[in-house]
Design a protein around this ligand. Sequence first.
Ligand code: AHR
Length: 513
Amino acid sequence: MRTITFILLFTLSAVGAGAQTTIYVNADQGRHTINKNIYGHFAEHLGRCIYGGFYVGENNTTIPHVNGVRKDVIDALKELKVPVLRWPGGCFADTYHWKDGIGPKKDRPTIVNQWWGGVTEDNSFGTHDFLNLCEMIGAEPYLAGNVGSGEVKELADWVQYVNHDGVSPMSKLRKENGREKPWNVKYWGVGNEMWGCGGHMTPEYYANIYKQYATFVTDWSNTSGLFRIASGANVADYHWTEVLMREVPKHLVEGLALHSYSFVEWNDKGDAVDFNEQQYFATMQTALRMEELVTRHSTIMDKYDPEKKIALAVDEWGGWYNVEKGANPGFLYQQNTMRDAMIAGTSLNIFNNHADRVRMANIAQTVNVLQAVILTKEEKMILTPTYHVMKMYNVHQDATLLPTEIFDEVKYSHNGKSLPAISCSASRNAAGKIHVSLVNIDANKSNSVTLKLRGTKAGKVNGTILKSGKLQDYNGFDGPEAVKPTVFKDFELKGENLQVTLPPFSVVVLSVE
Ligand code: AHR
């Protein structure tokens, strides 16, 4: 009888443990700052990202704009607190010659956008337009230099053009084009995807080229120093990271990039809206793989740079599906659903939790391309579920990462496979307020989480949630507010335990005072 009772109790406690995730939030610890640049963006001359998305031209009379840049987009990005914006590519960057995009617009040459739809690029949006846009939204610019089809002098001249305050050929040209003071651009990419569209190079070959280019990216500003980012690995190409870290001396590099997208299958990406649970599960498998990628690339970086001076910059990430029916196939225009909210919430938690090494990440892309935060259609603009997640999470920007430990983690299972259902990160801001961001990726089940708030006396808790009836829900031009954050109340504070119930496929941010 005693044996049966024991077995019964053991079984019950095991079942209970499996259904309830416990997360310790170490509120009195924390060594690393969550660099606000983890909440960065990427805008390429691709499809309708720049033209129609950001920029509608100075002569547009139907859409309100400031010097040709949409006012609604400026306001939305200010509100989002975009810290850094990467431009002009992507693959486009290694075809871009910056001098084509300065001076009187009527005199600018046209080029063909070879990577993205073969459309004519009239260069009407150039360096001044981009840097002034960054000033308007309060973001640091991150300029991606052309290494693939450019020259060392061309990049060196660009740096001098935007950053030199004294007398020099390029500062003279800048002043002739109407800008007296330099912009002091800190972030410089030295090529993009050099293993692919940037020139199909080996890492050994690129390491040499990188050193040559980086030497002439001169710090004219004498302010906080330049931040040069080397083109990094494609997903799990650890050899690339190994070679770059081994070959490039530390005084020549401040950041190493990594690109990784989430998708169903690379050769069969499926529809952005019309997807089934199997496709959702597969997408989340690739999204959650970011944890392994960041960990393994960081481990290699630790070997050569134990002091973690060089940042890992995940300067392209996001969901990638088939282009919307009827759109130009080269334009990568896709809708954005609650699936994308799951990608955003889990990816940002991963980046936060690796704040010691990941000090920049740039979602691809800001407007009208891939996992966009904003979609536009002529004079209309909508904010996507991804926008809302990024806004809810911006409380983590420059806050101190609080270490979290997850126990008895509940799984999200589908067709015999399983993934961790709960994702979490936590931080404490300068005012002492704690924020915890939680995601339940389970497509069907609510999940309970006990947050054990160690080392703080919690008094007041507030919450915001992004949830919806169906994973496929999105904000359309006819229903722009179908998915939006609301107040979250499904929690109870008992001493140091904060008991939270997360609905299926939901993102929650709690503030604890
Ligand atoms: O973001 C779209 C493209 O994806 C970028 O141009 C390229 O860098 C990557 O392959």
